[in-house]
Design a binder for this molecule. Structure first.
Ligand code: OOG
Ligand code: NI
Length: 470
């Protein structure tokens, strides 16, 4: 057999590039939106407090090798204008080891976009740095006025949101299977340009107004040179505490926390945000003059992540959320926040709040590992459950790495302004989205199920062979 493999270059891992990119993005956003820096400090303080007060949580995070990722962890969001932008963005994120996971239809919530989340997949990559970007594509097909749709398309077709440098480095990475450290440095710098804020609009004040009247989100996507990162969200270990402390640090949070209620065993994702800033921008009038104006787009958000649910658990979650929302819908002004929280808490009494009960009911995904007894080296075989009962194996909750459409809609609404709710006919179109993306999105449930199954296989194999295994 002949081997024609030649490795002439030392390539860095996509994990390395993603970590560098996530750090660079955070540093940029801190200078663009100072309140984000304040929120980061608050989250770090609360996380430190929580870990000090709950040694068992600190121990579990450290045992599962996930303590370090917490302070590094964040997600961002962008909104794209064209299929070409989405397809190229997929290639850019691939260099960072981020794959499209899940399809989210926001049209049901009155927001004319559909979305996916680019994120690392696989246990090792997630542990290294779980940076995610919620990425939406504007749906001009949901805009009623054909003339306005055509104008928006014309503006979008002329913009180039990627630098020539990043485009060529994407090609290099695709051709070579990765980037060298020097190329990775340049890639991070060049890629960051796409996410930067631009205060000079690419449309006239008149067109901005028409786009804005059609939907604020359309104005946000179409009027600027690029898809500015619109928020960056650190992960907290105690969202209720951060929400309560935000006003003290001069930040006004949205009325209610999205997602499940406060629980002993956190599930899925809880999120809250602060309102978008009104920022000065200028528009180029027909006579070439720059006219001052303003635009609201960028905001801040925090989140607390919990257990990833199985389809059965997710169905129960959706059902209980619907039940509480049928009793009371959270008003944007916060006037019924207390009632909403009470209804939510009441509805969720039907969701078990004890890890073993949740696991046994098949509501969530767990990763299994050997206990010190399991690692002691005496071969044993048996069913998973009996090996748990005999103290050889323990189960840790698998963290939910994705998003929730109802929560995302709540976040969109709160930062678009209260008058932005609009009715569209619900029209999920995953086929169109995947065609525009140039790839299919991964199914999140398959992914968690695979992580769970491989942890079980590894434990059983290690116990049977009695080799030491983690
Ligand atoms: C994205 C909103 C969704 C989340 O955390 O659910 C989101 C956007 O406003 O562009 O980021
Ligand atoms: Ni978000």
């Amino acid at each position: 057999m002949t081997h024609a493999v030649s490795t002439t270059k030392d390539l860095v891992s996509s994990d390395f590039i993603r970590s560098a990119f996530s750090r660079a993005m955070s540093a940029m956003y801190k200078t663009e939106v100072p309140a984000y820096g304040t929120l980061m400090t608050l989250v770090a303080d609360v996380n430190a407090e929580t870990l000090a007060a709950r040694p068992e949580l600190a121990a579990q995070l450290s045992e599962t090798d996930t303590l370090e990722r917490i302070s590094e962890e964040r997600h961002g969001a962008i909104r794209l204008g064209t299929p070409q932008e989405l397809a190229t963005m997929r290639r850019l994120f691939a260099v960072l080891g981020m794959m499209p996971v899940g399809y989210y239809d926001l049209s049901t919530a009155g927001v004319p976009v559909h979305s996916t989340a680019f994120r690392p997949v696989g246990d090792a990559a997630l542990k290294r740095n779980p940076f995610r970007v919620f990425t939406s594509l504007l749906r001009l097909d949901l805009i009623a006025d054909p003339a306005l749709r055509a104008e928006a398309e014309a503006v979008l077709s002329k913009r180039q949101i990627f630098t020539p440098g990043v485009l060529s480095l994407i090609e290099t990475a695709e051709r070579e299977g990765g980037l060298t450290e020097a190329e990775a440095d340049r890639f991070v710098t060049e890629a960051l340009e796409t996410f930067r804020w631009h205060d000079r609009a690419i449309v006239s004040p008149a067109l901005y107004k028409r786009l804005h009247d059609a939907h604020r989100l359309i104005a946000d996507v179409v009027s600027f040179k690029g898809p500015h990162i619109n928020h960056l969200t650190p992960r907290t270990l105690d969202i209720d505490r951060v929400q309560a402390l935000m006003p003290e640090r001069g930040i006004a949070p949205k009325a209610v926390v999205e997602g499940p209620p406060t629980r002993a065993c956190p599930i899925l994702l809880r999120q809250t945000s602060f309102k978008a800033l009104e920022e000065p921008v200028s528009f180029e009038a027909e006579d070439g003059q720059w006219v001052p104006g303003s635009h609201t787009a960028r905001f801040g958000e925090i989140e607390q992540r919990g257990l990833a649910l199985t389809p059965k658990g997710r169905a129960l979650y959706d059902q209980l959320l619907d039940r509480s929302r049928a009793i009371v819908r959270p008003a944007a002004d916060g006037s019924n926040a207390g009632e909403y929280e009470a209804a939510l808490k009441q509805a969720f009494t039907d969701f078990p709040d004890e890890w073993e009960a949740i696991r046994k009911a098949g509501l969530g995904y767990f990763a299994y590992r050997l206990t010190p007894k399991g690692r002691a080296g005496v071969p044993v075989t048996g069913e998973l459950e009996s090996l748990i009962a005999s103290g050889h194996i323990v189960a840790d909750p698998i963290v939910y790495e994705d998003f929730l459409p109802v929560s995302a809609a709540g976040i969109f609404q709160s930062n678009l302004g209260d008058d932005a709710a609009q009715d569209f006919v619900a029209s999920p179109n995953q086929v169109m989205f995947e065609r525009d993306l140039g790839a299919s999105v991964l199914n999140e449930f398959d992914h968690y199920a695979a992580i769970e199954q491989s942890s079980i296989d590894a434990c059983l194999a290690a116990l049977a062979g009695a080799r030491a295994a983690e």
